[in-house]
Design a protein around this ligand. Structure first.
Ligand code: CP
Ligand code: NVA
Length: 306
């Protein structure tokens, strides 16, 4: 049976841990030139409606490292731009490629693509979720901290797509997550309700970044205006200013706490240059780990989940 990754709820806790551990092994195997070419003769297709640096290049590089190929399309390059239905696009592309990644606005679009595709579909970011990002984030936490068990995570900023995927991860894996968001910018109620009713982790919402950071092993943040919210950027800058991750906030966190940001970052807005470039920042390991977890994810989709 094909397996999709549209949100982290598509994976069990055991599968998430397996993918992270396999990613760490693959990182070493690549360094020793011993990586198995599990995508030899296979092709990854990618349809991107929003821009991307990391997701696009890390998936392409992942496919090539595994001996496969990659075809990247923006929506404009395809007949989607002339209203060919996603259902038809999914059935056609399933005859050409072995895995599809889609980055778009509405989450319903990746759900529709996956419903009609006969091959695995991966969400490369929607307005609602960014599951591959959080796999990389958790891998980075495990590398730095040794384990995800007993993790205390903090999210400071917008209750957005990346925050939603952190909530899913906390619920599935059973770790503690405190989110500090300004009023009006909380995570969606449905995401919180599912996490609390079906999940295990303790998920707390606060208005106070210092409360979130106080006991945190990891502090994550993200842009104040996501892709598609450009017109709100100035208004958001005013509301979010107290939610900047800077030296003052870190002074109230455990000294071992690491700082994550999925990137791209706006220094001087959600994160100060000092923290971004400082010793607690793990943002470039985090970005690198996108490549490794996506190799592990694609290998698992081909081999492990069968
Ligand atoms: N973090 C992330 O998904 O980056 P891109 O938008 O560059 O893909
Ligand atoms: N929340 C951001 C993440 C970018 C990787 C956005 O959706 O634009």
């Amino acid at each position: 049976m094909k397996r999709d990754l549209l949100s982290l709820w598509d994976l069990t806790s055991g599968e998430i841990i397996h993918i992270i551990h396999r990613a760490r092994s693959m990182k070493e195997e690549w360094a020793r030139n011993q990586l198995k070419k599990s995508m030899a003769g296979k092709t990854l297709g990618m349809i991107f409606v929003k821009p991307s640096t990391r997701t696009r290049v890390s998936f392409e590089a992942a496919a090539y490292r595994l001996g496969g190929n990659c075809i990247f399309m923006t929506e404009k390059d395809t007949q989607l731009s002339r209203k060919e239905p996603l259902a038809d696009t999914a059935r056609v592309l399933s005859r050409y490629v072995e895995i599809l990644v889609m980055r778009t606005y509405g989450h319903d679009d990746v759900v529709e693509l996956a419903r009609h595709a006969t091959i695995p579909v991966i969400n490369g970011l929607t307005d609602s979720f960014h599951p591959c990002q959080i796999l990389a984030d958790l891998m980075t936490v495990e590398e730095r901290r040794g384990s995800i068990d007993g993790l205390r995570a903090a999210w400071v900023g917008d209750g957005n797509n990346v925050a939603h995927s952190w909530i899913n991860a906390a619920a599935i894996l059973g770790f503690s997550l405190t989110l500090a968001c300004p009023e009006g910018y909380d995570p969606e109620a449905g995401v919180m309700e599912k996490a609390r009713s079906e999940g295990r982790g303790e998920i707390i919402l606060t208005r106070y970044p210092r409360e979130a950071a106080a006991l945190a092993d990891v502090i994550s943040t993200d842009v104040w205006a996501s892709m598609g919210q450009e017109e709100e950027a100035e208004a958001r800058r005013q509301v979010f200013r107290p939610y900047q991750v800077g030296a003052t906030l870190l002074s109230g966190a455990p000294p071992k706490a690491i700082v994550l940001h999925c990137l791209p970052a706006h220094r001087g807005e959600e994160i100060t240059d000092e923290v971004f470039e400082g010793p607690q920042s793990a943002v470039f390991d985090q970005a690198e780990n996108r490549l490794h977890v996506q190799m592990a994810l694609m290998e698992w989709m081909h081999e492990g989940s069968a």
